[in-house]
Design a protein around this ligand. Structure first.
Ligand code: NI
Length: 136
């Protein structure tokens, strides 16, 4: 019997989407306002979903407090109120798009979970735009 446990968290961060090898014109064309040289911010909303068997003794897939603590340490403390391009090694050589942030978050959380549990990351960059990543 499987179930999915989910925990939401928010963080605020600045970023700029930019490919150094491209001209200013090409960057502007590809990334629009997200290429702004002086960066801009988003209120990111993360949902981490953990799926697995319900433990017959505890009744848990995972203790939600454990998941909460992992997210706090690995995501919120790492990214909240940071400039993703300048402050975060994850994005030194990678554009901090919602896709790449979701993949990075997946890695940071997954390494703390028992291998039998699967993880899906949903990352909202705005109310209307979000990305999902499940390790594939
Ligand atoms: Ni942006």
């Amino acid at each position: 019997m499987q179930a999915t446990v989910a925990r939401r968290a928010m963080f605020n961060a600045a970023h700029r989407l930019h490919v150094a090898a491209w001209s200013d014109e090409k960057n502007k064309e590809a990334f629009g306002p997200c290429n702004n040289a002086n960066y801009h911010g988003h209120n990111y909303a993360l949902t981490a979903k953990v799926t697995g068997d319900i433990d017959p003794v505890t009744g848990y897939v995972i203790d939600i407090k454990t998941l909460k603590d992992i997210i706090e340490t690995e995501v919120v403390q790492r990214y909240d109120h940071r400039n993703l391009n300048l402050d975060c090694p994850d994005f030194v050589s990678k554009n901090p798009t919602a896709e790449n942030i979701a993949v990075a978050i997946y890695g940071h959380i997954k390494k703390h979970l028992p291998p039998n549990l699967t993880l899906t990351i949903t990352l909202h960059e705005t109310d209307r735009n979000y990305v999902e990543y499940n390790g594939n």
